[in-house]
Design a binder for this molecule. Structure first.
Ligand code: NAP
Length: 268
């Protein structure tokens, strides 16, 4: 459920898993207006749903509509997945899992040492990503156009986080092990990120949460200078795994076949 929601790739993702696992189920989209979201969530079970995903702009409001919020979703302050447990409607956040599983799969060893990360952006995606990085022992500098938002997010997470404006970036890059874009810059229809990678160590990993296009100008620039580069599609695919497992009792796999299917959908 979201508003709007028709751009979502989740029906294709979960539809693929339902098909390959031979499960008679359906994943549908519901465009729910903000005023209606609490009532829609409370009626999920009565309407025959095994659970659901919650996307923009309902991720925060949904916290107040469930019986129980998982500790991770409470810590991030947003949820994206709902399921039933012992008759109770539970809300969790699988974006952290999706982000970490994507790097684990696509950049093995990325967290071998507790390094320093620079996260560009301080919106919804940044919240889950900063939380995941702190959990893996990274210290994180949040760099945002509106520096007050970076400061607010760093204040929210506290220990291990710092905030800065864009002008601080050239000084931050030489000490950076992991550079992450969580802004919408670089996305089709948006301008590219206005940054140069000069000074970023060659062994640093660059991750872009944007997945349309898959190869953003940031990732292309990173690859061209020899940095390991990871696109945002893996995060999108992996975040679906824990929800599907809760709803249908089977843990689905993120395979090259699934990735190719969604990649083709992104291009069309
Ligand atoms: P959001 O909450 O709206 O945050 C947008 C961020 O981008 C803010 O930090 C904003 O800075 C910054 N920004 C926007 N336009 C800018 C500009 N012209 N110059 C500088 N900064 C700018 O969005 P979100 O939900 O975090 O999503 C951000 C991106 O991540 C989107 O492309 C989305 O598709 C992607 N995403 C991917 C996944 C995945 O699974 N791969 C999951 C979630 C999101 P200000 O605070 O200064 O406005």
């Amino acid at each position: 459920m979201g508003h709007p929601v028709r751009h979502s790739r989740s029906p294709k993702l979960h539809g693929h898993w339902l098909r390959v696992l031979g499960i008679a189920g359906e994943y549908t989209l519901a465009d729910v207006r903000p005023d209606d979201v609490a009532a829609f969530i409370r009626a999920l079970g009565a309407n025959g749903y095994a659970g659901g995903n919650v996307t923009v702009p309902h991720k925060v409001a949904a916290l107040g509509a469930v019986d129980r919020v998982e500790p991770e979703a409470a810590a991030i302050g947003a949820l994206n997945t709902l399921w039933f447990e012992d008759g109770q409607l539970v809300g969790g956040n699988t974006d952290v899992y999706g982000f970490l599983a994507s790097l684990d799969q696509d950049a093995p060893g990325w967290d071998a040492r507790h390094g320093r990360a620079v996260v560009l952006g301080a919106g919804g995606a940044a919240r889950a990503i900063v939380y995941g990085l702190l959990r893996r022992g990274f210290s994180v500098t949040i760099v945002n156009r509106t520096v007050e938002k970076a400061e607010a997010l760093a204040g929210y997470f506290g220990r291990g986080t710092m905030a800065a404006g864009w002008s601080a970036l050239p000084a931050l890059l030489p000490g950076c092990d992991l550079l992450i874009n969580t802004t919408s810059l670089g996305m089709t229809g948006s301008p590219p990120l206005p940054i140069a990678l000069d000074g970023l160590p060659r062994d640093a990993t660059v991750f872009d949460a944007v997945y349309v296009p898959l190869e953003t100008p940031l990732l292309a620039a990173a690859r061209a200078r020899g940095n390991r580069a990871v696109d945002g599609l893996g995060m999108l695919l992996h975040q679906g795994v824990p929800g599907f497992e809760r709803w249908f009792g089977v843990r689905p796999a993120v395979t090259p076949e699934l990735r190719a299917l969604i990649e083709a959908d992104l291009i069309s």
